[in-house]
Design a binder for this molecule. Structure first.
Ligand SMILES: CC(C)(COP(=O)(O)OP(=O)(O)OC[C@H]1O[C@@H](n2cnc3c(N)ncnc32)[C@H](O)[C@@H]1OP(=O)(O)O)[C@@H](O)C(=O)NCCC(=O)NCCS
Length: 181
């Protein structure tokens, strides 16, 4: 187990209507390689990586770290969600002096277009809001990445600014938890 502040990782698996969010396991290795080697997945996130190299260099249990959820459907990994500390050197901030947590999401193409990413991200944000109440979550995505832009809006992210990075226009937004009175 690891900790960030008062938050202990990993949490118990999170179950949604159709999915399970959990820590990565050795049986996810092939799906991680599929994800990072996929040209479709890589279109707006730096391109695909070499499958041969991934096969050679991926650890036995890839992605086992604080804030990385494997998303499972019917017992198999279909994608991953990350809640990482955003690099303070990068452009885009809502509270530069206090550290910022950034949401990331990568799903296998066969799982696109079914609402799985939205369902899983909403659950991950709900976990985060319970674990670290009142902390904002930021998100950065290329404006050309239409499915990602739609997902950010659906999840309730609000635009903060746009800027150029990696030779493309980036959309930077923030999500803040809402609590029932
Ligand atoms: C970004 C990404 C996760 C979006 O995936 P997605 O499946 O389009 O997102 P959602 O889960 O919100 O699903 C929405 C789609 O499911 C459809 N859908 C079907 N059944 C649904 C249901 N039961 N509930 C909700 N939506 C449903 C919606 O109509 C919508 O379709 P549309 O895109 O044609 O309008 C995916 O494209 C991806 O992994 N891309 C590669 C990685 C990437 O670029 N990540 C961004 C890094 S910043």
């Amino acid at each position: 187990m690891t900790e960030r502040g008062s938050v202990v990782w990993p949490p118990a698996p999170i179950k949604t209507e159709r999915l399970v969010l959990r820590e990565s396991e050795a049986r996810d290795r092939a799906a991680f390689i599929d994800l990072f080697a996929s040209p479709e997945v890589g279109t707006y996130v730096g391109g695909p990586r070499s499958r041969d190299e991934l096969e050679r260099t991926s650890p036995e249990v890839p992605g086992r770290r604080f804030g990385l959820f494997v998303v499972e459907l019917d017992g198999s990994m279909i994608g991953m969600i990350t809640l990482d500390q955003r690099d303070a050197e990068r452009p885009g901030h809502v509270r530069p002096d206090a550290g910022e947590t950034e949401l990331g999401y990568l799903f296998l193409p066969r799982a696109w277009g079914r609402g799985y990413a939205a369902e899983a991200c909403a659950a991950a944000l709900g976990w985060f809001a319970d674990a670290l109440p009142a902390e904002p979550v930021v998100l950065c995505t290329q404006t050309a990445n239409d499915p990602s832009m739609r997902l950010a809006a659906k999840l309730g992210f609000i635009e903060v600014e746009r800027f150029e990075e990696y030779g493309a226009e980036q959309w930077f937004g923030v999500w803040r938890p809402t609590y029932d009175e």
